[in-house]
Ligand binder design. Structure first.
Ligand SMILES: NC(=O)c1ccc[n+]([C@@H]2O[C@H](COP(=O)([O-])OP(=O)(O)OC[C@H]3O[C@@H](n4cnc5c(N)ncnc54)[C@H](OP(=O)(O)O)[C@@H]3O)[C@@H](O)[C@H]2O)c1
Length: 257
């Protein structure tokens, strides 16, 4: 069991705490945000709320769940000790900068949790790989250890496809509900279809993407007709161009380098 502190009690800190709260760890979270931290304390009676410096002092593992610009202002006000593990989940905060902000702590990694994490089994990309992160979150998430910071930042970019994919479910559910009159049922139906295929894809010995696409791609079939329409009007190329547009802010090399 570990002593774990969360700096910044917002959406992602709440999801991470909910994921591990029943595992017997000693958890302390920032008092701010007051509503979120008080909700967590009410739900998990052993959990403590504290000022930021106390969160750091009373933890062996400090999870940085602040917005990057807030962290740049707040971390210089805090004192870290050398033996602590720092797990940052902040987009746009390079490891070298974290090293300066959290000195003398040197065991630092960056991870990409997702809000559905408490459901279990969501991907958790990390760089560099970290034993303590695996001990704490390994049973609750699929760890994707990245080989470089660039690779990790590409994983950050890939999370940007979530809203575009949900947008497509939204359009399909709206379209379906025009016939059924039940928007909620339509959304669950379409999400269930997509979810079933995603489950197959994410299983250890699951069917691979090419096989699934081939299975759905019967010439002239419903799926192939729609897929071709999206490809022909540039939707898929737009998605790829959109991912490329995220390169600069995530310090990824320009395309074709
Ligand atoms: N949400 C996601 O899906 C997700 C996924 C992966 C990574 N991340 C990363 O996680 C970080 C946090 O994102 P989030 O979505 O959880 O944002 P959020 O909900 O806005 O949480 C940030 C929290 O920091 C608090 N805060 C602000 N100033 C503070 C200070 N000086 N001391 C302590 N706490 C302070 C805020 O409190 P107030 O509300 O009172 O200002 C807020 O509760 C970001 O860097 C983001 O890149 C987020």
């Amino acid at each position: 069991m570990a002593r774990i502190g969360f700096l910044g009690a917002g959406e992602i800190a709440s999801a991470m705490v909910q994921t591990i709260a029943e595992a017997g760890h000693d958890i302390v979270v920032s008092e701010r945000n007051e509503r979120v931290s008080m909700e967590l304390q009410a739900r998990y009676p052993g959990l403590r709320r504290a000022p930021n410096q106390t969160v750091v002092d009373e933890s062996d593992v400090v999870v940085l769940c602040l917005l990057a610009d807030i962290a740049r202002k707040e971390l210089p006000n805090l004192t870290f000790e050398g033996g602590k593990t720092v797990i940052s989940v902040m987009a746009g905060m390079p490891i070298a900068e974290l090293g300066r902000l959290c000195a003398p702590a040197t065991e630092i990694c960056v991870a990409i949790p997702l809000p559905p994490m408490p459901l279990g089994g969501t991907p958790l990309a990390v760089y560099p790989d970290n034993t303590r992160l695996r001990e704490i979150f390994g049973a609750h998430a699929h760890i994707h250890a990245c080989a470089s910071e660039t690779m990790l930042n590409a994983h950050f970019a890939a999370t940007g496809v979530l809203l575009p994919l949900l947008d497509q479910i939204d359009v399909a559910a709206s379209w379906l509900s025009a016939f059924t009159g039940d928007r909620g049922e339509a959304a669950r139906y379409v999400a269930g279809l997509v979810g079933a295929y995603c489950t197959v894809l994410t299983q250890e010995a699951g069917t691979d993407l090419a096989q699934l696409r081939a299975g759905l791609g019967t010439e002239g079939g419903l799926n192939q007709t729609l897929s071709k329409a999206l490809a022909d009007n540039g939707t898929l190329a737009t998605l790829e161009a959109g991912l490329d547009s995220l390169r600069a802010r995530l310090h990824l090399p320009p395309k074709d380098q």
